[in-house]
Design a protein around this ligand. Sequence first.
Ligand code: ADP
Length: 500
Amino acid sequence: MEELSVKNKLDTGKVLVIDDEQILRDGAERILTRMNFQVFKASRGEEGLKILEAEPAAIVLLDMKMPGIDGMEVLKRIVEMDRGILVIVITGYATVETAIEAMKRGAYDFIPKPYEPDQLRIVVNRAREKMQLTLEAEKLEMERKRTLADLHTSQSRVYTIIDSLPNGVLVTDTNGKVVLLNPAFRQHLGIEKDVLPGGDVDAYIQDKELCRLIIDISHGKYVDYDDIPTHELNLAGGRFLLARARPVLGKKRECLGTVINIMDISAMKALDQLRSEFVAKVSHELRSPLSTIHEQLAMVLNDMAEGASEDEQHLLSRAKEKTRGLISTIGDLLDLSRIEAGMASKESKPVQVEELLKSIIDFLGVQATAKKQTLALEIKNGPFPPVMADPMALESVYGNLITNAINYTPEGGEIKVIADMAGTHLRVIVKDNGYGIDAKYMDKIFEKFYRVKNEHTRFITGTGLGLPIVKGIVDSFGGYIDVESEIGKGTSFTVLLPMK
Ligand code: ADP
């Protein structure tokens, strides 16, 4: 690199003429100046070498026969400088031997004396072009080396950052082969240091479902990030990890592999559990006194039916209604706590879903009729094989969805419940032609206490816990829930449960 930079300092516009004959020096100067060179002149070898120390002349015209140190010696010293200077020797006797000897010792070319101006022009021009090309090539080489060096440092910087991340990172290629994993990933999943990248992803991750997701992403199955599910890993010792996977996309959005980020969420889980336990405890403590208040309010209202004023009766009715609402919220909270604690399907037994749906519809049909709605059940390709589940949990799923359909559909609306087999899953669709849900609330409605407030729903009472309960139960069965809706046209919830 250093040598390159010295050579780079040579100036292709500068020529040094070393000749003891003044006429020849001046003649050469005239010709070369016309060729746009800056010309330096020396009558002796020592003088010439001195000029070269100060001036970066790229070309030297060197007379071979001079008093003092002769041309051959000057040539030797210029070559020893190792600066890439092109020396054109001028051989006074036109002896081929001297010329050959000089060329052997590193001269670039030779001109026999006496020479024609044209001869000088041609040889010097060639030397200038050669020097320009050499310098250009060296410059390019230097740039290439610099780019490579930059690339190398930025690459190692990225590696250092990935290695220092607190989150685990694993990267695979399109075949699901691991190309990189950082120390945090090894630590989270207990992978030894001597296990190097290069193997199939399932040699590093034991969770089959996560491996399948990674392979699917690597094969380009997911183009939209939002469609990629997150994955929770429940490890021994109460440790929980959250895995997020994303495709690594190329310039044309083609999939080049998958990157997986692993985060330790054990502390968050522990907090969540504490919160659930607290809610369950408080709810439990409140339920009995509230139920008592509710019953007592009902009794007071009955007893004083005649004696009380209309205002008093109205106030008491409102209080009774509010306590009923609170009792139902508490019931939902307790249900949710049970689901979150993984107790949704504790008492599994074979359930004939078409029978269960019939009895729910019989029960809720009263509410639908009160709103002049039709509530119809359609069983396609039944009877179905029984589902192993807690019947109360299943009743809660379908009951909540049908109650919502009744609540969020105006008078005279239509509600349809359709059940069929979809491959290995039992599918139940609850479809209404009610108010519908705006697309922007689609994800939110499954959050606890979330209720869409608009001119239609404002006066409908509810807890905002129905759908979280439904989703919690469906998830615990390993099923899926999906919703499609259009404002003013209606909503359709689809529940898929695996037949075990
Ligand atoms: P709740 O019904 O007690 O408010 P849910 O969790 O069951 O709570 O539902 C959350 C919200 O989702 C409701 O407040 C309502 O705005 C909306 N929603 C649920 N089902 C329907 C439906 N079938 N049609 C329109 N909106 C619905």
